[in-house]
Write a protein that binds this ligand. Structure first.
Ligand SMILES: Nc1ncnc2c1ncn2[C@@H]1O[C@H](COP(=O)(O)OP(=O)(O)OP(=O)(O)O)[C@@H](O)[C@H]1O
Ligand SMILES: [Mg+2]
Length: 420
């Protein structure tokens, strides 16, 4: 038995909560002494005076009843060892406290050494096993060496448990992170698959009409040629050509979208003058828009240099001007205006067509966006043009947007970085 008289009696002053031992080591391991016998506290603290394990000293807290311990324990989840008396306010207060620690607080880490002064009230082996009690000692057999041995083995298992717990948490973190990533990828795949299905559905539908037209016109030309006048034959051939062009245009657009989405856009961005490109496209549409008596006017400075890819820029302006022509009623004007400030060049295509509703504007640059305005001269519409425009403009570090009020025309603006 450890006696106070065996060591210096000044150890009593170490009774403050978590007072560090006088050991030169940093107090690391938190140890609780729960016992209603004051002398047990002094003796234990004294035995631990120079004690260290794995280079760390101990910080000891003294508590004198199970009730007091229940109140304080939730605040110290990292307590390593509890030296626990069995008989305190009741004959089984210590055992009830163990039950509380393991079941209510769900602290499976702290190592518990039961100590009792009354031989004969040893708990059943079943209780020790059930509540993961590390050691059971009679106070009379707790010599200094035995106490330190019991504490050392408890701290060793606590340290091992904490290391395993640390790995477990790390692993759990990795698993959660991976699960989150997989979940996100899965959602993206589901969305992509739905988009692909929609893509295929629309493309198949858009190809079916012109194809069935070509099929029936060719059947007539083949099997009823004798009944047809030359004029009809010519007309049918023209329709076959127009249908093939429609299908070709759709396939080209689909391939463009696919290529952009698969590989991104391979651009060669150079310094170029936007004015001749815009004028060339406007001239081309002036000829094409003659049938609708639509005029395409250009207002531009002598020169407006941009950083852009020439082909992509042509495709962008072509798409926007073609829309203005396609959706404008007969006899209206389209104005293409180039303006610039110190950092950007703007190309604005203003029409006098039907304009766009607020709802239309939210869908405008999406794929297969065939909105309220319908072509006014029998032109074909795949709903892909502006989605390609947006991707191309953004790849050239520019912006594109539409300003419009329903019934008051639309203005599509492309803004590109200005070059010196
Ligand atoms: N200037 C405009 N005025 C009014 N509506 C427009 C205008 N430009 C486009 N829209 C609407 O936006 C939709 C999407 O245009 P987008 O250019 O992407 O496709 P599209 O013209 O239908 O087909 P394409 O793929 O052949 O260009 C059009 O179907 C049309 O309803
Ligand atoms: Mg278009």
């Amino acid at each position: 038995m450890i006696r106070l008289s065996d060591r210096q009696s000044d150890s009593l002053e170490l009774l403050d909560d978590f007072a560090p031992s006088t050991s030169p080591h940093l107090p690391g391991w938190k140890i609780l002494i729960v016992d209603d016998d004051v002398e047990i506290h002094s003796v234990t603290r004294y035995a631990l005076t120079d004690y260290a394990f794995q280079g760390q000293g101990v910080a000891v807290t003294s508590l004198y009843s199970a009730r007091e311990t229940r109140e304080i324990l939730p605040a110290i989840p990292d307590v390593a060892v509890i030296l626990l008396d069995v008989v305190m306010e009741t004959a089984d207060a210590g055992l009830r406290l163990v039950e509380y620690i393991r079941n209510t607080l769900d602290n499976q880490f702290v190592r518990i050494i039961l100590r009792t002064g009354q031989p004969g009230e040893a708990p059943e082996f079943e209780v020790i096993r059930k509540y993961d009690i590390n050691d059971y000692k009679s106070k009379t057999e707790l010599t200094n060496t035995k106490l330190l041995t019991a504490i050392t083995s408890s701290l060793r298992s606590f340290s091992d448990i904490m290391e395993i717990e640390h790995y477990r948490q790390h692993l759990q973190h990795l698993v959660e992170e991976r699960t989150r990533q997989l979940h996100k990828q899965n959602e993206e795949l589901v969305a992509l698959n739905a988009e692909k299905n929609e893509f295929l559905g629309i493309a198949a539908h858009d190809l079916k009409n012109p194809l069935s037209g070509i099929k029936s016109l060719s059947e007539m030309l083949l099997y009823s040629a004798d009944d047809l006048t030359d004029a009809y034959r010519q007309e049918f051939l023209h329709q076959i050509l127009a249908s093939s062009e429609r299908m070709f245009e759709l396939i080209t657009n689909l391939l463009d979208v696919n290529a952009i989405e698969q590989q991104g856009i391979a651009l060669s961005i150079v310094r170029l003058d936007s004015v001749p490109i815009v004028r060339m496209i406007c001239d081309m549409y002036n000829t094409r828009a003659e049938a609708k008596q639509i005029r395409v006017l250009t207002e531009a400075p002598p020169e407006a240099l941009v950083h852009a890819d020439e082909l992509a820029m042509q495709q962008v302006i072509d798409n926007i001007v073609s829309n203005a022509v396609k959706y404008s009623p007969h006899g209206k004007n389209i104005t293409v205006r180039i303006t610039q400030n110190s950092t950007t060049v703007r190309i604005a295509v203003q029409d006098e067509g039907p304009g766009l509703s607020e709802e239309d504007k939210t869908k405008l640059f999406g794929k297969f966006a065939r909105l309220s305005a319908r072509p006014t001269g029998g032109e074909h519409s795949t709903g892909l043009g502006l989605s390609i425009v947006k991707k191309m403009v953004e790849a050239m570090n520019g912006k594109v947007w539409c300003e419009s009020e329903l019934g008051k025309g639309a203005c599509f603006i492309v803004e590109l970085p200005r070059a010196e």
